[in-house]
Write a protein that binds this ligand. Structure first.
Ligand code: ATP
Length: 138
């Protein structure tokens, strides 16, 4: 019998991953966790960050995720995220622009301005994580 589990990563727009994995690691909101086949079921929210898994051939794969949650069952991990992209699909230039926009909004903010800082910080975190993932320091 296979020791793999099924990993599914989906967003409202697309199915990003649906394949067999030997192990899945994900950025849980209370800490990074790893899941192997046979794990006790649990449900958790996720931080913005990277889901790393070993595919069937043992190769490490990396997927950016933001704003989601994960459900682990003994033979399946499902991740529902607001946004997710495989490392190879990340457009770094786009994230550099997003980073600059967010930094500009923060630095130009004045007392009484009606900008949603929490939203800007979330955009900044997405941009930083995407860039770090592609540049290999995540
Ligand atoms: P931007 O301001 O550039 O849209 P964002 O962080 O606000 O960045 P999200 O809301 O996280 O974008 O994602 C919106 C959609 O765009 C999702 O489908 C996501 O997968 C995609 N996306 C966002 N940034 C990138 C990127 N740098 N490379 C590839 N796809 C991206």
């Amino acid at each position: 019998m296979s020791d793999n589990l099924t990993l599914e990563i989906v967003t409202p727009e697309k199915a990003v991953v649906n394949e067999q994995a030997q192990i899945v690691m994900a950025p849980g909101s209370v800490g990074e966790f790893g899941i192997l086949k046979g794990h006790t079921p649990f449900l958790t929210t996720l931080n913005t960050g990277t889901v790393q898994y070993k595919d069937e051939s043992g190769t490490d794969q990396f997927v950016f995720v933001s704003g989601g949650f994960a459900e682990a069952l003994p033979d399946k991990v499902t991740i529902l995220a607001e946004a997710a992209e495989k490392k190879s699909d990340i457009d770094v230039r786009r994230s550099q622009d997003a980073l600059e926009r967010a930094e500009k909004r923060i630095s130009e903010k004045k007392e009484g301005d009606d900008i949603d800082l929490e939203r800007v910080h979330a955009a900044l975190a997405r941009a930083v994580h995407r860039i770090k993932l592609v540049q290999g320091s995540d």
